[in-house]
Design a protein. Structure first.
Length: 193
């Protein structure tokens, strides 16, 4: 019996400590709901009225703008292309996104960091914005990279020096252009005979 009385205060204390949890859970639920609402609204605004072909064409245009005035003049080699579903906090929606990686070829590896800087300068001249305050790259770093996005169509851009020789800073420049999300094309049902 003494043992049961010793447990009673512990149970009371446990109930007291738990009494704040429903309030905490409720607050977390509200904050989560607000965050999801804001995210949904942001995703809805970023859905572009594009087709895959239009997104691919625009990506090529953005990459060509970057190299137009470069010296030494590189050639743009498409390294990777994908058109895949956009993944949001809610999973993959009925949205697609184009992503294209280009490698700059025909230039000495020693020019890589300078070409990343020229890419940045070309995009700034086009009126494109940095993705964040830290997106302008550390130009003292041989592996410099820059992250931007276009306005008003909101393509994400990056240019980076992929180091091939750490001692010299030599590398290969890659430019990546990613489209905003767009609705997947709908397939019409096959006509019945």
């Amino acid at each position: 019996m003494g043992h049961g009385r010793a447990m009673a205060p512990a149970r009371a204390q446990a109930r007291f400590e738990d009494s704040g949890r429903p309030l905490l859970r409720s607050a977390v639920a509200w904050v989560t709901l607000l965050a999801l609402t804001a995210t949904t609204a942001a995703c809805a605004r970023k859905t572009a009225d594009l087709t895959e072909q239009q997104a691919r064409t625009r990506a090529e245009e953005i990459a060509q703008q970057a190299i137009a005035g470069m010296s030494p003049k590189p050639t743009l080699q498409r390294h990777h292309y994908s058109s895949s579903g956009c993944v949001t906090e809610f999973g993959t929606a009925k949205l697609d996104q184009v992503s294209v990686d280009y490698r700059l070829e025909g230039v000495p590896p020693s020019a890589a960091r300078h070409l990343v800087r020229q890419t940045r300068d070309a995009w700034v001249a086009m009126g494109y914005d940095f993705q964040s305050k830290d997106s302008d790259g550390d130009w003292s770093d041989p592996a410099a990279a820059v992250f931007m996005h276009t306005r008003p169509d909101d393509f994400s851009l990056s240019a980076q020096n992929s180091i091939t020789d750490r001692s010299t800073g030599d590398g290969i420049v890659y430019i990546t252009v990613r489209s905003p999300c767009y609705l997947k094309p709908t397939q019409s049902p096959a006509p019945s005979p």
